[in-house]
Design a protein around this ligand. Structure first.
Ligand code: SAH
Ligand code: SF4
Ligand code: F3S
Length: 447
């Protein structure tokens, strides 16, 4: 069959779509360019916010038309919404053939076969306490697209149960891979030419602790993993997402600042700058402790940059508490921030509390933070004009194909023009001198 997978949600979902595609290809199915040209269409869904679910529901509706035109087409969902609402959706949506939960990806080829044979609906939402066997070794076309860069999933699930969050319910509790198998996978990727890896997990810094609390200062299995991977020949950059601040003990701070291949750019989800709201969110750190981690990382690596996630309009959040979030953001100085308007998720603790901040007020707080951020980044980027950075070339710029786009170690987006006739290849490391900057981008010349 020709298959098409449409992915919503986070990088973990993208990685899962890759695995699903690799599994289908290993059974002789081939990728299609679009939904219209496919015989098998899969939506990989996200539940994290109301808007994410609404997007998938909208798409489910559109698929009805397509299936009417091509009644033999197979149509399924996978991912977080399939895990939490698969049964209900299969029942409500006549043109939906299967729903594949987050621990059941390995069953995809078999499910497709049995639908082909019997044409009955299939729900697969069992939880395997352990990791899905072998799933992380399946990769779709490692040299296609960004062949120099790869996602590596090192753990599945999350056991933190932040009061607003559905992830522990859709992905299950934490299950880490074995460090040796991660190392072997990264070594194999590096041998194939991969220069940059992104280590993935919903609570990535809890790697190896599986459901245990953050450990004391000199224990961090995640830091140990970073050290192992730092020694791999050919690999140049190690990134990771998302770490929870509670796991940034002395050992991890030293690993991030001290290991040369670990990129000096950390996504550190703040969520709120108010200690009362953080407690209500079940995020076990204070604003002061968060700022102390930032300070320690900067002390060890002065160029380090930060990005974050923030929720505005959490139940009972006052204007003053929102101002505390602004304050912590200003004091940290983020390069990027994903700001989310709170939405209650069924089954989570906070869904029992009244969603009492009006939607217009959430929108206002959202806009205030975005405006602060833009001003702040613009100023800090302007200070980089004249400096030279090593840039990993990613590919021609989307806006202007004569120019190229790449990233610094600190994850700054750099646009530059290769010399006429010079051959730049994605994955090249080049020195670029910055001549101009905006809030989003640094513009430079090859040195
Ligand atoms: N595991 C990651 C976050 C995954 S979800 C971490 O802890 O860093 C991505 C972001 O979505 C969260 O950081 C949070 O800011 C936001 N989010 C999660 N649940 C939400 C909800 N119910 N309403 C609004 N935003 C939410
Ligand atoms: Fe959700 Fe919290 Fe786990 Fe992140 S750490 S996935 S926000 S429960
Ligand atoms: Fe969404 Fe699931 Fe990722 S809820 S953010 S796809 S873990």
């Amino acid at each position: 069959m020709r298959f098409y997978i449409k992915t919503y949600g986070c990088q973990m979902n993208e990685r899962d779509s890759d695995s699903a595609a690799a599994l289908l290809q290993s059974e002789g199915h081939v990728p299609a360019d679009s939904e219209e040209s496919a015989d098998l269409v899969i939506l990989n869904t996200c539940s994290v916010r109301d808007q994410a679910e609404r997007k998938a529901i909208g798409k489910l509706g559109i698929m009805k038309r397509l299936k009417k035109e091509k009644p033999d087409m197979i149509f399924g969902i996978m991912g977080c919404m399939a895990q939490s609402r698969g049964a209900e959706l299969l029942q409500a949506i006549p043109h939906l053939d299967f729903s594949l939960g987050t621990d059941q990806i390995h069953r995809l080829p078999e499910i497709v076969d049995s639908i082909l044979a019997r044409r009955g609906k299939i729900l697969a939402d069992e939880r395997t306490g352990a990791d899905t066997p072998g799933i992380d070794m399946h990769r779709a076309d490692p040299d296609g697209g960004h062949g120099f860069s790869a996602f590596v999933s090192i753990m599945r699930g999350c056991s933190r149960f932040c009061s607003y969050c559905i992830v522990p319910y859709t992905r299950g509790l934490e299950r880490s891979r074995d460090a040796a198998s991660v190392e072997a996978e990264v070594r194999a990727l590096a041998d194939r030419g991969v220069r940059e890896i992104m280590l993935l997990g919903q609570n990535v810094a809890a790697f190896g602790l599986d459901n245990r609390a953050p450990a004391q200062d000199d224990v961090s299995p995640f830091a140990d993993l970073l050290e192992r991977l730092n020694g791999i020949n050919g690999l140049k950059r190690i990134r990771f997402t998302s770490p929870h601040p509670a796991y940034f003990n002395k050992k991890l701070i030293e690993a991030v600042t001290g290991l040369d291949k670990v990129c000096k750019s950390v996504h550190l989800p703040l969520q709120s700058g108010s200690d009362r709201i953080l407690r209500k969110m079940n995020r076990p750190y204070t604003a002061q402790e968060y700022l102390e981690i930032v300070r320690a990382l900067r002390a060890g690596a002065p160029e380090i940059t930060f990005s974050t996630d923030v929720i505005v309009g959490f139940p009972t959040e006052t204007e003053e508490e929102f101002e505390q979030t602004r304050e912590v953001m200003a004091r940290t100085g983020f390069d990027n921030a994903y700001i989310f308007k709170y939405s209650p998720r069924k089954g989570t603790r906070s869904a029992q509390w009244e969603d009492d901040v009006p939607v217009e007020e959430k929108e206002r707080r959202n806009q205030v933070l975005l405006a602060d951020l833009e001003r702040d980044v613009r100023k800090r980027n302007a200070a980089l004009v004249g400096r030279t950075f090593e840039v990993l070339a990613e590919g021609p710029s989307k806006r202007n194909p004569d120019r190229w786009q790449g990233r610094t170690d600190t994850f700054k987006n750099v646009v530059f023009t290769p010399a006429p006739g010079s051959a730049v290849t994605p994955g090249d490391f080049l020195n670029v001198r910055i001549v101009r900057s905006t809030a989003m981008t640094l513009y430079g010349e090859l040195v």
